[in-house]
Ligand binder design. Structure first.
Ligand code: GLN
Length: 449
């Protein structure tokens, strides 16, 4: 009841697309009854969780914040959602985001933008803006988002909370509406590391419905969550910290933070990373290619919006459905993706980008031979104002420079709220460990946060 009241009181933030009010009450009642009848407490008994509007929850609407799926009801639950429910969590509603998780500001939603609760004139980040604000404003305890190129970490950074993107393959993607399948990963928002660890514990693991979900055993993220006593070897990319797009205050805060870590006995060393300039282009070539393929199913026949306009043939019918159903950013990406996959350009763009991705993965493995953790900013600036970047999609894309690396290489990454900018907004520190080393990432986070 407390959270339902909070949600109603903060309705203007536009964080929720839909509140599952009666359902949440029913779940709460059942969980309450279970305790009274002496049944054991479940791992997430009564924990109030909001979910990004890209995760399927059986019998509930899920729209990817798109007109295309406005009337779509999920016929089954995503594995992550089923696991949360089995662990006793209460799913309180679905959260606003950029359409099909494409964006960095939540300005691409068919339901209008979510507002940053700290400053309503500023964006909450994206694409999981609603998930970030719901935790930021205390509308739920933790929330789920999805992170294809930073969509959990960057809004966490803009809102002053924690955002974790697990390794590719740590959490099943079954029931997550696909944007770019080889990048997508379910992520977690919370206000402290143990909360995030508790949710990760529940949703991780193998899944017969997703062959990319790793069969590796899930460690005990909760009991083993002690900061390590031994000195940690931190690396940072010199090119990242010296990048001209980085806000000078963020640079200064990071460098002095590195000094503090050194004083505490850790090593913090710059490494050269000449591939830095290829990161954003590689990400946008590969993700738009995958998106153009994934989104081809939304044709108004199998799925999605069906136009009322008259048509003379099938192509025109598809064109009407897709023109009306998709917003401008989604269309831009489908066009970009179709272009880089088209016969004359496939080798020059798509194949090339795949080769760069391979190099990135190899170089990252080399770095993790000598270092435990890579540190970087999460974003080049704190939360910007609404409309500031909407006219210039490239400027918006370039803001993803620090986050897309983890998705290209599949490593886990977390944004930790540590700093405040003189403009009154928070910003975070991003930490990354090697693939499937979520436990050490969480341990380091306890030390850093
Ligand atoms: N901002 C990035 C993009 O627009 C990341 C999105 C995401 O992680 N879903 O693609």
């Amino acid at each position: 009841e407390f959270y339902l009241q909070r949600i109603a009181a903060e309705k203007h933030l536009n964080a929720f697309v839909e509140v599952f009010e009666s359902d949440a009450r029913r779940q709460a009642g059942e969980l309450d009854k279970a305790i009274r009848s002496g049944q054991p407490l479940l791992p997430l008994h009564g924990v109030i969780i909001g979910i990004k509007d890209v995760l399927c929850y059986e019998g509930h609407k899920v729209s990817a914040a798109s007109r295309m799926l406005e009337e779509f009801t999920a016929p089954y639950s995503a594995t992550a959602i089923r696991k949360l429910l089995d662990a006793g969590a209460i799913i309180i509603g679905r959260l606003n985001c950029d359409e099909f998780a494409m964006g960095s500001s939540n300005e691409n939603s068919a339901y209008g933008p979510t507002l940053n609760a700290l400053d309503n004139s500023r964006v909450p980040g994206g694409s999981s803006g609603g998930s970030a604000v719901a935790v930021q404003a205390g509308l739920c305890m933790v929330s789920l988002g999805s992170d294809t190129g930073g969509s959990v970490r960057q809004p966490a950074d803009f809102c002053g909370i924690i955002g974790l993107k697990p390794s590719y393959g740590r959490v099943s993607r079954y029931g997550l509406i696909a944007y770019a399948s080889s990048f997508d990963q379910v992520g977690i928002f919370g206000k402290n590391v143990p909360d995030v660890a508790s949710v990760l514990q529940v949703i991780s693991g193998a899944d017969p419905f997703d062959s990319t979900a790793s069969p590796r055993q899930v460690p005990d993220y909760i009991s083993d969550l002690k900061p390590s006593a031994t000195p940690i070897r931190f690396a940072y990319f010199r090119d990242a910290v010296e990048h001209p797009s980085l806000d000078p205050e963020i640079r200064a805060a990071l460098l002095s933070y590195f000094d503090r870590l050194r004083q505490a006995g850790h090593t913090v060393e710059p490494v050269e990373f000449p591939l830095m300039k290829y990161i954003v282009p590689t990400y946008y070539i590969l993700t738009t290619a995958e998106a153009s393929s994934n989104l081809s199913r939304f044709d108004g026949v199998r799925y999605g919006h069906r136009s009322k306009q008259a048509f003379s043939d099938l192509a025109e019918f598809y064109a009407h459905n897709r023109s009306e159903g998709f917003g401008p950013e989604v269309k831009r990406r489908i066009m970009l993706g179709s272009f880089v996959l088209s016969a004359g350009y496939y080798d020059a763009y798509f194949t090339r980008a795949q080769q760069v991705r391979r190099r990135l993965v190899d170089q990252t493995q080399l770095i993790f031979k000598d270092f435990d953790v890579i540190l970087s900013p999460t974003a080049p600036t704190p939360a910007f104002r609404f409309g500031e970047k909407t006219e210039d999609p490239i400027a918006m894309y370039l803001g993803d420079i620090y986050t897309v690396f983890a998705n290209l290489t599949g490593v886990p990454a977390i944004s930790l709220p540590i700093f405040w900018h003189s403009n009154g907004m928070p910003f975070g520190l991003q930490a990354m460990t090697n693939r499937f080393e979520e436990l050490s990432l969480l341990q380091v986070s306890e030390l850093l946060a």
